[in-house]
Design a protein around this ligand. Sequence first.
Ligand code: COI
Length: 370
Amino acid sequence: MSAEMGPLSFAVSRNERPRTEAERAEVLADPGFGKVFSDHMVLATWSKDRGWHDAQVRPYGPLSLMPSAAVLHYAQEVFEGLKAYRHADGSIWSFRPEANAQRLQRSCRRLALPELSVEDFVASLRELVAIDHQWVPPADSGEMSLYLRPFMFASEAFLGVRPADVVTYCVIASPAGAYFGAGLKPVTLWVSQDYARAGEGGTGAAKCGGNYASSLAGQLEGIGHGCDQAVFLDSATHTYVEELGGMNLFFVTDDHKLVTPELTGTILEGVTRSSILELAKELGLEPEERRIEIDEWKDAARSKGLREVFACGTAAVITPVGELRWDGGSADHRGDGPAIGEVTMTIRERLLDIQYGRAEDTHGWLTRLA
Ligand code: COI
């Protein structure tokens, strides 16, 4: 199932009842995360005989699906997440959208879905942002952006277990403030010992809904222990640190290393993760991708031999990690140090400065959308 010959052309039907300026302003004043959506969405259909076709921009609203649509039964679905940032001159940019497009293609291959070309993926974002540009928060709004959620799913009405012959691609957009609510504060993590997020040969490296569904029971367990998020270990030995339900992890050591779990096929290759690895050297840190034992983390946290720990992802950017809790113990690496480490803040600011056009984009990471 290869990508069809592009490019797709999008038929536009405008929302005749878009939110008023006042309604939009009210949302943009405090958008939260993923709660309110812009006035339009992108849709395209793929079928086995026609490839990608019927691409359109149309009013945001309910989808019509048969109860037998395969995605509702077998979870043949993948998604992406990226943001549109407004710069001071009013222009609108996204951060490495080609990397998201390529990851979507990898996810599609793993979930036996048809691929969308990088060109069509980026075009779909441009189409939506062009029509809903007023939903991109102003440049001086702190950390606000328009979160873009492209996703693809098996829409064929058929209960047999096989790759669907009809697939829907959709992009929706939601103005976003800070993912974890007001103020940047360290999160407490729960080590999920019994639940794994992904296993060898499974879908851990794909961005598919099923991985997030399988993280929820661990997250609930963590919340039951007073934690914010769960850390998942490798499913084979329950020894190595993998990732949180939806974020990658980084450790800053006393000898200036920036260590993150290596990609073993069960970890999602985050765009923020790979950007941080590239930024590390510029910040005087030595990036290191390797296996990290949970006991190494516990010991380092107990002995305060770990300078900082943070989680990263598109939605929350970089979130400092405070305490680690597990069945029978807990440790906080920070000792008398600051609640949020210096390296964590420096990397966070550097990334945000590039994304919002406040620092030079020396890596060529930004793509203009509007
Ligand atoms: C992200 O940080 O972009 C994530 O993957 C979390 C998202 C599923 C809300």
